[in-house]
Design a binder for this molecule. Structure first.
Ligand SMILES: [Zn+2]
Length: 281
């Protein structure tokens, strides 16, 4: 499941392999080979929310959004990458490296500083992993009138509030905050909102290194226990809560069947004096 940290990890990993190198080929599934970029150097690689942007010679921007199921691989150009790359949705090759994306939701080549792309990216909230983060701006966005009645679990996924949180982190953040997933935003204090997004930044930032995503014991001041689980609640339906042993619950919602996992005891609806407003599985 690609989240904001996936894209930042990707940018960190491929930047040294691509920047300064001339493009040898670029292939997008719907457009085929794009010859005009050939020979032009890759200038920069960056992650913005869940988008990867590859700037080519101040003339073009390759934008890839992995969506829910996208994956990426970087191959040595001399290695046998051809077979897997054939099924790729986007392939960018420089002399040493071939970067291939599979099942990406978006893969587009835009002119440099394309208005349409810039407008779209401007609609995103602050990137939670950007070098500096204005938390007050995130809180102000979460306080927009349209979000008052939204469930906090949906707020966390809304990339217009803050960019980067996906399905794994939203469940983990709600557990760490002891918040019931369907608590409406209007019931949360500014301090609670600030802490949620601050922790999102910290959790995602602690996962930029190699290895699998770990959220248990990943916050400052938390002991890194030798847990058997990497996550508190995510993908732990029916298993005992690591804190209270109650079985973790899961609810599936939306057309894309996204799941929220939570502990009914650590994240009680009753604590706020109201029943859950959404059906639970
Ligand atoms: Zn619990």
């Amino acid at each position: 499941m690609p989240e904001g940290d996936t894209l930042h990890k990707l940018a960190l990993a491929v930047r040294p392999r691509l920047v300064g190198q001339p493009v040898e080929h670029l292939r997008l599934r719907e457009r085929g080979e794009i010859a005009i970029v050939r020979g032009h150097p890759v200038e920069h690689v960056e992650a913005v929310g869940k988008n990867l942007l590859v700037l080519i010679d101040r003339r073009w921007t390759l934008r890839v959004h992995l969506g829910l199921r996208g994956k990426w691989r970087a191959y040595d150009a001399s290695a046998g990458w051809e077979a897997p790359a054939r099924s790729a949705t986007a392939v960018l090759g420089v002399p040493s490296t071939v970067l291939a994306f599979f099942r990406s939701a978006r893969h587009e080549l835009h002119p440099y500083r394309d208005q349409r792309l810039e407008q779209e990216l401007r609609r995103l909230g602050p990137d939670l992993l950007a070098p500096t983060l204005d938390l007050e701006l995130v809180v102000a966005r979460a306080r927009a009138p349209g979000y008052r009645d939204l469930a906090v679990t949906d707020l966390l996924l809304d990339q217009r509030v803050a960019a980067g949180i996906g399905n794994v982190y939203r469940s983990e953040l709600l557990f760490l905050a002891g918040l019931h997933p369907w608590a409406p935003v209007r019931e949360l204090s500014d301090e609670t909102l600030r802490t949620l997004f601050e922790r999102a930044r910290e959790l995602m930032g602690s996962n930029l290194g190699p290895g699998p995503r770990v959220t248990v014991g990943a916050l400052r001041g938390q002991r890194r226990r030798p847990e058997t689980s990497r996550t508190w609640v995510y993908r732990r339906e029916g298993l005992p809560c690591l804190r209270c042993r109650a079985p973790i619950r899961r609810s599936i919602e939306g057309r894309q069947a996204r799941s929220t996992y939570w502990c009914p005891r650590c994240q009680p609806a009753e604590a706020r004096g109201r029943p859950p407003v959404r059906p639970e599985k």
